[in-house]
Design a protein around this ligand. Structure first.
Ligand SMILES: [Zn+2]
Length: 245
């Protein structure tokens, strides 16, 4: 494999490094999640102008460095999703989607589905004339969990495997819906779970006008992911407030 590669990438975040540099987290189809050092990203206005912002789609020319850190040779902006910045809720949602992919994406292993999902999600979000309804986020969460091998159980009991009948609950440790007798958690209706299973199978562009289904908290998939990762999602609290408002 060549030491220098040009990869399509989405920016998942960055941290300042030294006086003038920046370490950028990326998701790519070929190499999964990688970190890359952008030398002079904070001192030179010209070199990386506008390319390394959260959610930016870029063509990144990267040199394989020592250990896990790659080095930017060049970065070209493909799509900056400027319309997302029209709404605080859309900005927060895009940060949340990027954070989810940062948590779920495997380091330096191919992640074509997660990359493709986030790429499409940000384009759909950028095309929205107002923040999307909750089904868009639920659909994204269900797809992302599935692509990461954590498919939520939505069509039967995650405990005994039998059909959903009678009172059902949501079990984060069990991976989804369960009979009240099979697990512990907040109540959820099987109709809610079936609706979310529908979102999982529907293109994101068709979910932007669909509100959250009734019969369960709109954050149950998110809870599943937080339980699995063992740490909170930083952008979630603000998003909960904005979605509720
Ligand atoms: Zn059961």
């Amino acid at each position: 494999m060549s030491a220098v590669q040009t990869l399509s990438a989405l920016v998942l975040g960055h941290t300042d490094y030294g006086d003038t540099d920046r370490i950028v987290q990326l998701i790519t189809a070929e190499q999964g999640r990688i970190s890359a050092l952008a030398r002079g990203a904070r001192s030179s206005k010209k070199r990386f102008t506008g390319t390394l912002e959260l959610g930016s789609r870029i063509e990144a020319t990267l040199r394989r460095g020592k250990g896990e850190l790659w080095q930017f040779q060049a970065a070209e902006l493909v799509h900056g999703h400027p319309h997302i910045r029209s709404f605080l809720e859309s900005i927060t949602l895009s940060a949340y989607l990027c954070e989810m992919v940062r948590e779920l994406g495997r380091r330096e292993q191919p992640e074509p589905k997660l990359f493709g999902l986030l790429d499409v999600a940000l384009l759909v979000l950028d095309a929205c004339t107002e923040p999307p309804q909750a089904a868009f986020r639920l659909g994204f969460e269900a797809k992302a969990l599935s692509f990461a091998g954590l498919t939520p159980v939505l069509t039967q009991c995650a405990g005994c495997g039998q059909a959903a009948d009678g009172p059902m609950i949501w079990s984060v440790s069990g991976g989804g819906m369960m009979h009240e007798a099979c697990g512990v958690g907040p109540g959820v209706s099987s109709a809610w779970a079936l609706a979310v299973e529908g979102f999982r199978r529907t293109p994101l562009s068709e979910l932007v006008d669909t509100p959250a289904p009734t019969g369960g908290s709109p954050w149950l998939l998110s809870e599943l992911m937080i339980w699995h990762q063992g740490r909170p999602l930083r952008s979630r609290e603000l998003l909960i407030t904005l979605e509720a408002g």
